[in-house]
Ligand binder design. Structure first.
Ligand SMILES: C[S@@+](CC[C@H](N)C(=O)[O-])C[C@H]1O[C@@H](n2cnc3c(N)ncnc32)[C@H](O)[C@@H]1O
Length: 266
């Protein structure tokens, strides 16, 4: 078990002191558990993440009431929001502590599967409209591992694969300089806790090999300290039609629309 995994395994929830009927309070606790608490959970940070969620939902262009799987879901902060919006959800994380919390907080009637395993062991038998991963790829050892995970994500996805908060190789020196400036004894405190920086060409080449469309978005909003040094990558399979939950959807530009065979034959 590497040092990062040991850290994620030690996360402890404070849910007994959270009003579980208040979704914003629950989301704040899940974000804290997922490690975004280095500077405290401020309302500015919460608004940043809520905006990030709306952005992700729009970017995924999910067909109504779709299904979403998250690799490295942690305590399930994003899955919690997707479930509240009516999506069927699934998630995987290698931290047994965080998966136990996710099991406790995510609504059972929306949860299709929740798995404690390494990302490269992702089972792909159950499929989802979109398979996402947020703030996770920077914890991987190397690009070979990242590529194995992407292969699994693609296999599990019916349509879209989205990787968010990727540490940009182009900004590696800048980010490390900023962390050394902001955190006392940074190198000592983070010894053995490496971060993986990935160039955009890694995703472009993966997309080209698998005939996917690929687009990038810059994460330039304030609110979270590392955001300016990260980017998002959205990849899509080039189907003209797809089948989900026993129904047929056909491509209309960049969207998929429900295909109603009865209306077509009238
Ligand atoms: C910063 S947290 C992000 C959690 C969640 N995606 C979010 O954005 O709130 C990173 C998560 O990635 C998980 N993780 C890191 N490397 C992993 C791996 N190789 N396999 C599975 N999970 C991993 C950690 O356990 C942790 O829950």
């Amino acid at each position: 078990m590497n040092k990062w995994q040991q850290i994620w395994n030690k996360r402890k929830d404070n849910l007994e002191n959270v009003d579980v009927k208040n979704p914003r309070a629950v989301f704040a606790e899940l974000i804290r558990l997922d490690g975004y608490d280095s500077a405290g959970i401020t309302s500015e940070l919460l608004s940043y993440f809520e905006h990030q969620y709306d952005y992700l939902k729009a970017a995924l262009k999910c067909i109504g009431g779709g299904c979403i799987f998250e690799v490295g879901c942690g305590a399930g902060a994003w899955l919690y929001l997707f479930a509240r919006d009516g999506y069927t959800i699934g998630g995987l994380d290698y931290s047994s502590a965080l998966i136990d919390i996710a099991k406790k907080i995510l609504p059972a009637d929306k949860l299709s599967e929740i798995i404690c395993a390494g990302a490269d062991e992702l089972p792909t038998d159950k499929k989802y409209d979109a398979v996402i991963s947020t703030g996770v790829f920077s914890y991987f050892d190397d690009l070979a591992y990242a590529e194995r995970v992407l292969e699994k994500m693609l296999d599990k996805s019916l349509r879209a694969v989205a990787v968010l908060d990727i540490y940009d190789k182009a900004f590696e020196d800048e980010l490390l300089a900023e962390r050394r400036r902001a955190i006392e004894n940074y190198d000592e405190r983070y010894r053995g806790l490496k971060k993986l920086f990935i160039p955009r060409t890694f995703f472009e080449e993966f997309a080209a090999r698998h005939k996917l469309t690929v687009r990038f978005a810059t994460n330039n909003r304030g609110g979270y300290v590392n955001a300016p040094y990260t980017y998002h990558c959205f990849m899509e399979k080039n189907y003209d039609e797809l089948f989900c939950n026993g129904q047929r959807f056909i491509r209309d530009g960049t969207r998929f629309e429900f295909y109603d065979a009865r209306r077509q034959s009238q």
